[in-house]
Design a protein around this ligand. Structure first.
Ligand code: WTA
Length: 648
């Protein structure tokens, strides 16, 4: 982080960009003058069936109600209204499959697909308030399914296709989903990997699931339970491609999305309709400067994460955007795949994660140099702090030193972007997310909640409610209060879990999580989650996990384990450690596989038994070990350091 804190370059917007930008500095003044009036104006971006009679009801804080009394249909806003406005022929999605197949889907087609899917779900008994789990890779059917749920007022719970059967099972059960939508298999690095098999394993223990709908993608052989399973085509056969949308209350739940917290149990973050869609549309319009008639937008996130929800499905479609959706990995079949796609579709706005940018850097600037990237006019970054070097590389090699780069800070919980420069307005600084968006209030405070001055660091809080804020944790509202609102209870601040610092100009620099949540390639994984996966293996007596800094993935998972007596920790021990990594992958998913497992005789603990992860992080990052005076037994760190040869 050292270079981050001494970075001082700035890049003022070009006059040419500013002259045409959606955002103007007047937005800040307008929002500051009357926040609620500002948000009411943003809500006018949507088509409401019934207008709200109150912008915000915060009387039951921390449970917000936005656009109280308003009614709308989210899917109608993302699809039908564009067709009605005469844009039915506009491309909604340029879908690019990993093996090279592609589909062009117009808004008129999207409307038919969403309606047919909604009718199929309704025929299976799905109605308002029901939960549908979606376990799909980046296929158009994932978008159809999400919007079909929204249309019916059913909540979707999208589970990332890289999660294990076990992770899927716990999420299905927590939400008591009635239907699961999946596919036979998914393409990953040129190979067809089975997916349905995970669903079969999961739903063996999910009493709520009545039907599994299976999209055919890879033509992989799958087991089929004909009473429970239905092929996608079979479920939709004979269903009309029209459907009259029903308006739902602004606060009607839209989706649940699970994210890691500081305990082993993932939290089902609950989002609702009117406020969420308002902020999704507003931020997508202003931060990405979207011009629906001329832009081709591409967000490379997976639909299984919140970025895919807000900046592939809801924001862009509410704004009538034309976008690219790509199924595969950036190096399949070659390391120029993204740039080939940018060139093919003339992508103008590109939004990705720092970890991807650092991977591109590793592959070399000669790769993008080979393609025509001149269509690009704006670049975005999200998911973790972006180091200035990666920011500069991105702007130079991808943006041709011409495009603004927006570093956007937000979370699953915030639903939409909260802190970001405004392209065309803000002179950007490599590595800084800079300022809360107009309408948003954020502060950096010390442990007592007092704002820190310029040049100082502290904890990031959100001190005013915002439209896309989470409305709670599914089935556990006490946990919602405890997790986000208890640290500064008297002040009513939402605690984001991130450390941050103001520079001398008062711009915000994000410094990473301050809790036990790791950020691996922009994916949130809790240390406790991985620890519980490890100790669920019969050979492990105890485990402690830390996120160690990693040049590509931001952080890498390093596990310290005490093996049970009798477990061989030499020779065949290497195999045992490999099995442990596989075990974690099976319990959570490949993204949670430790980069490194170290076998240790003891773990450093305080007298009250709390594991001192700080010291383990020192070991994992090859640093001199810090202050050990609070350890119950200070010789433990010597033992650990000595035993370090036995690692994988
Ligand atoms: C981190 C992803 C620095 C942060 C949208 C946050 C960032 C967590 C940035 C949320 C950024 C996200 N700069 N850190 N621009 N964006 N983060 O819920 O630690 O998957 O709390 O949402 O990612 O991760 P989540």
């Amino acid at each position: 982080m050292d270079n981050l804190l001494t970075e001082s370059r700035t890049f003022p917007p070009s006059q040419e960009f500013s002259a045409q930008a959606n955002a103007t500095s007047a937005l800040y003044t307008e929002a500051a003058a009357d926040r609620e009036a500002f948000w009411a104006k943003q809500a006018e971006r949507l088509d409401w069936d019934t207008k709200w009679d109150q912008v915000l009801d915060w009387s039951d804080a921390p449970f917000a109600k936005w656009f109280v009394g308003g009614r709308l249909n989210v899917a109608y806003n993302c699809v039908d209204r564009h067709v009605q406005a005469g844009h039915g022929d506009r491309v909604a999605i340029h879908w690019e499959g990993e093996p090279g197949d592609s589909q062009t889907i117009t808004y008129a087609q999207l409307q038919r697909e969403v309606c047919r899917t909604a009718n199929a779900l309704a025929a299976l008994g799905v109605g308002a308030g029901d939960r549908v789990a979606i376990y799909l890779p980046m296929l158009p059917e994932a978008v159809y399914s999400m919007l079909a749920c929204a249309r019916l007022g059913a909540l979707h719970s999208v589970v990332f296709g890289g999660f294990s059967a076990e992770a899927l099972r716990t999420r299905i059960n927590d939400a008591a989903a009635k239907v699961v939508i999946t596919c036979d298999g998914q393409y990953r690095r040129g190979k067809a990997m089975p997916l349905k098999a995970n669903v079969d394993e999961a739903v063996a223990q999910t009493p709520s699931v009545e039907h599994v709908i299976v999209v055919k993608r890879t033509n992989t052989d799958v087991a089929f339970d004909h009473t429970r399973d239905k092929w996608w085509d079979e479920a939709r056969a004979g269903q009309p491609d029209t459907h009259t949308p029903q308006a739902f209350d602004s606060e009607h739940p839209l989706f649940i999305l699970y994210t890691s917290g500081t305990t082993g149990k993932p939290k089902g973050i609950l989002h609702t309709s009117g406020g969420y869609l308002t902020q999704a549309a507003y931020t997508h319009h202003t931060v990405f400067d979207l011009k629906p008639d001329s832009d081709t937008y591409w967000c490379t996130a997976d639909i299984g994460w919140v970025t895919g929800h807000t900046y592939i499905v809801y924001g862009p479609l509410a704004n009538g955007a034309t976008q690219v959706i790509y199924e595969g990995t950036p190096n399949t079949p070659h390391e120029g795949r993204h740039w080939e796609i940018v060139q093919k579709y003339g992508v103008t706005i590109y939004y990705t994660a720092p970890t991807t940018i650092r991977t591109f850097m590793k592959w070399g600037s000669q790769i993008p140099a080979h393609y025509d990237l001149s269509s690009l006019r704006l670049l975005g970054s999200v998911g973790e702090p972006i180091n200035p070097e990666a920011w500069i590389w991105y702007r130079h090699n991808i943006g041709g030193d011409r495009t603004p780069v927006v570093d956007t800070w937000w979370q699953t919980e915030t639903g939409s972007i909260m802190i970001s420069p405004l392209p065309g307005v803000t002179p950007t600084k490599p590595g800084s997310a800079q300022q809360p968006l107009p309408g948003i209030s954020a502060k950096i405070v010390d442990e007592t909640g007092t704002p820190v001055g310029h040049g100082n660091g502290g904890l990031l809080v959100l001190d005013e409610p915002w439209p896309a804020m989470l409305r709670g944790i599914w089935g556990d509202q006490q946990r919602y209060r405890d997790t986000y609102w208890s640290k500064f209870a008297d002040l009513g601040f939402y605690f984001a879990g991130d450390g941050a610092k103001y520079d001398d100009d008062g711009d915000i620099w994000l410094l990473g999580r301050v809790d036990d949540v790791m950020n691996i390639s922009g994916h949130r994984i809790s240390t406790t989650e991985v620890e519980s996966a490890l100790v669920s293996h019969p050979n492990v007596a105890e485990a402690a996990v830390v996120g160690a800094s990693d040049p590509t993935t931001g952080q890498g998972i390093v596990a310290f384990v005490i093996l049970r007596g009798g477990t061989d920790d030499t020779a065949s021990g290497q195999t045992a450690l490999k099995q442990l990594r596989e075990h974690v992958s099976h319990e959570i998913g490949p993204i949670a596989k430790p980069r490194q497992i170290m076998v240790v005789p003891e773990l450093p603990k305080t007298r009250s038994g709390k594991i001192m992860r700080r010291l383990l992080r020192d070991v994992a990052e090859n640093r001199e070990i810090g202050d050990v005076t609070t350890l119950a037994d200070s010789s433990v760190m010597d033992l650990i350091s000595k035993g370090l040869s036995k690692t994988t």
